[in-house]
Design a protein around this ligand. Structure first.
Ligand code: HEC
Length: 140
């Protein structure tokens, strides 16, 4: 049963998400320095950050035990623009609110954040750019 408070909160939340998403969609790159694909690859597979390869597969990489929880990232540059990929990395909830994909550059509205991560983002802005630049090399 959806009570009124819940529905009101849901509405507020949805409009907040839409507003934030519009803001991010217009942002373009987060830094002046263009992303570096080689650094992006190193960041993406860094096991001390939540590695994209926990959930995704990139078949050109030799890494073993790549994830199957999300779609393959093979050819992802052909399916999305850099802005769309950046937004997905920044906060995938802006694209699919129920997603299990971590928000790599957001601190708001997250649940069960480990104490060491409270108030911090997983990536810094340059890391977001580097990973985006690497993804843009994954054409078919
Ligand atoms: C905990 C699992 C998880 C992790 C870690 C994760 N993702 Fe995802 N990702 C998903 C899931 C699940 C989807 C499917 C759509 C959705 O639920 O948002 C997805 C969707 C995507 C998509 C859209 C792909 C498509 O074809 O629709 C891209 C691009 C993406 N992720 C990139 C990344 C990158 C880059 C990283 C690391 C910075 C990453 N993901 C980390 C789970 C994850």
């Amino acid at each position: 049963m959806l009570d009124r408070t819940f529905r009101k909160n849901l509405l507020l939340w949805t409009s907040a998400v839409c507003a934030a998403s519009a803001a991010f969609a217009d942002t373009g790159p987060l830094t002046e320095v263009p992303g570096d694909p080689a650094r992006g690859l190193a960041i993406l597979r860094d096991g001390s950050l939540p590695s994209c390869l926990i959930c995704h597969q990139i078949s050109s990489l030799p890494d073993r035990d790549q994830g199957q929880l999300g779609p393959t990232l093979d050819g992802v540059a052909g399916r999305f623009t850099a802005d769309e990929l950046r937004l997905r990395i920044i906060d995938a909830r802006k694209i699919s609110p129920e997603t299990i994909m971590p928000a790599y550059y957001a601190t708001d509205g997250l649940f069960r954040v480990g104490r060491n991560w409270a108030g911090k983002t997983i990536y810094d802005p340059q890391q977001v750019e580097d990973v985006t630049a690497y993804l843009m090399t994954l054409a078919d």
